[in-house]
Design a protein around this ligand. Structure first.
Ligand SMILES: [Zn+2]
Length: 431
């Protein structure tokens, strides 16, 4: 397992599964899906290989039957696609999968081919040993997460829900990684909540005409004023359950008191983590695209902008109302909402995670946290499947892990992968 995980991570990275488009179409996942299917078939799994309507969008699902059919199955899922990488910016080729200086390098090393390599290595080991786990395990390797899963998790949930029959809980990205406090104590952060997404299209309308004339009804100027107001707006601070539990837990570990009336002070002390946790203290709305005009001397009648909104779970309606106030009248708004997810940090699966981590890293503790970004958890939640972000990785204290996601020189420590595969193996035998 410990050698397989490194080899699989490297070989999966070397299969370029760049997901370049936000609007669907043919995909690049098929060779990676076939690679995974072959590795599973080789040890005796019955594998379902399925593509959405779009060519190349390969998804692979396999089940290992457990001893207690009265218990819900555990879904272990991950995505095969990666975001683009510009080779000229990297120290190694992003699709080399090179193993160097104790790291596996390349696009997808942390997001999330390293994790796929772990689940693949463990799935094979369990099968080779004829292990009957306590509950059914469903291993899923899916396409298109980086574009919202319309040809991956979302498509499977809508079109092939029977593949996930009986599943009540799931583990996947983004959690299970270690953070080290100043005195060297380690905590592993488990994702128990995810912010919701609101993709918002704004349209301002005005009077078209020759740009040399006087204009007091300019769509471009109206839109610019509205998005400037939005950029300056700060949504209210809301201390949610998972963030409070994380900050309280870290305060206990470090001895630095946590004042619930001033969570920003506590977040500011978190080093690398502060960007991630800071984004879960409030809603955000960030302008990402602007589109207006077609000629220098023509005032266009419309101007459009796209806003990436992220709301704390349960705040969709409040967010929408607040945005209406900030943008003001005369700005049309079209929303695409994906509500956030949240679960408790309790139960037998959490206990099994703590036991698995504790066996490999005695004295470490598990803490919940909220992810500011979005994963396939939102799709699987529609089948009633509870999500916990847990792909265990022990990381060197100095590594700025969160910056590696979609970043240049993405890489994952070889020791971290070997640690992770041992923890995952223990977890899946005892979940
Ligand atoms: Zn990911």
């Amino acid at each position: 397992m410990s050698d397989e995980v490194v080899r699989f991570a490297s070989e999966l990275i070397a299969i370029d599964t760049t997901n370049a488009s936000d609007s669907g179409g043919p995909g690049t996942e098929r060779p990676a899906a076939e690679y995974v299917a072959e590795k599973l078939t080789e040890v005796g799994y019955d594998v379902t290989y399925v593509e959405s309507g779009a060519p190349g969008r390969g998804n692979v699902i396999a089940r290992l039957t457990g001893s207690d059919q009265s218990r819900g199955a555990l879904l272990v899922h991950g995505h095969l696609d990666v975001v683009p990488a510009d080779a000229t910016e990297w120290s190694v080729h992003p699709f080399s999968g090179e193993v160097r200086d104790g790291f596996v390098w390349g696009r997808g090393a942390v997001d999330m081919k390293g994790t796929l390599a772990m689940s693949l290595a463990v799935a094979r080991q369990l099968k080779r040993e004829n292990v009957v786990p306590p509950r059914d395990l469903i291993f899923a390797y899916v396409a298109d997460e980086e574009a919202g899963g319309l040809n991956g998790a979302r498509w499977l949930v809508d079109n092939r829900p029977e593949l996930f029959e009986g599943a009540t809980e799931a583990i996947s990205e983004v959690g299970g990684f270690s953070v080290t406090t100043g005195d060297g104590a380690r905590a592993y952060l488990v994702e128990t909540a995810e912010k919701g997404v609101a993709w918002l299209r704004l349209t301002a309308r005005g009077t078209a005409g020759h740009a040399s004339l006087l204009h007091d009804d300019n769509a471009v100027a109206k839109l610019a004023a509205a998005i400037t107001r939005l950029d300056r707006h700060r949504f209210p601070l809301v201390l949610t359950g998972p963030v409070r539990e994380l900050l309280e837990g870290l305060a206990e570990m470090t001895g630095i008191p946590f004042d619930p009336d001033d969570p920003e002070a506590a977040v500011a002390r978190l080093g690398h983590l502060s960007r991630l946790v800071g984004a879960t203290l409030r809603d955000t709305a960030t302008v990402t695209m602007v589109e207006a005009g077609y000629k220098a001397n023509v005032v266009p009648s419309t101007a459009r902008a796209t806003v990436d909104g992220r709301m704390l779970p349960g705040r969709e309606a409040t967010f929408e109302a607040e945005l209406a106030t900030v943008l003001g009248p005369g700005i049309e708004r079209e929303y695409l909402f994906m509500p956030g997810v949240e679960t408790s940090f309790t139960g037998s699966l959490v206990d099994a995670m703590a036991a698995a981590v504790g066996a490999e890293d005695p004295g470490a503790r598990l803490l919940p946290y909220m992810l500011s970004a979005s994963t396939d958890a939102k799709a699987f939640q529609r089948l009633g499947i509870r999500h916990l972000g847990f792909s265990p990785l022990r990381l060197p204290p100095e590594l700025d892990f969160t910056s590696l996601f979609h970043g240049v020189d993405e890489r994952v420590p070889v020791d971290g992968l070997r640690f992770g595969v041992r923890v995952l193996d223990r977890l899946l035998r005892n979940c």
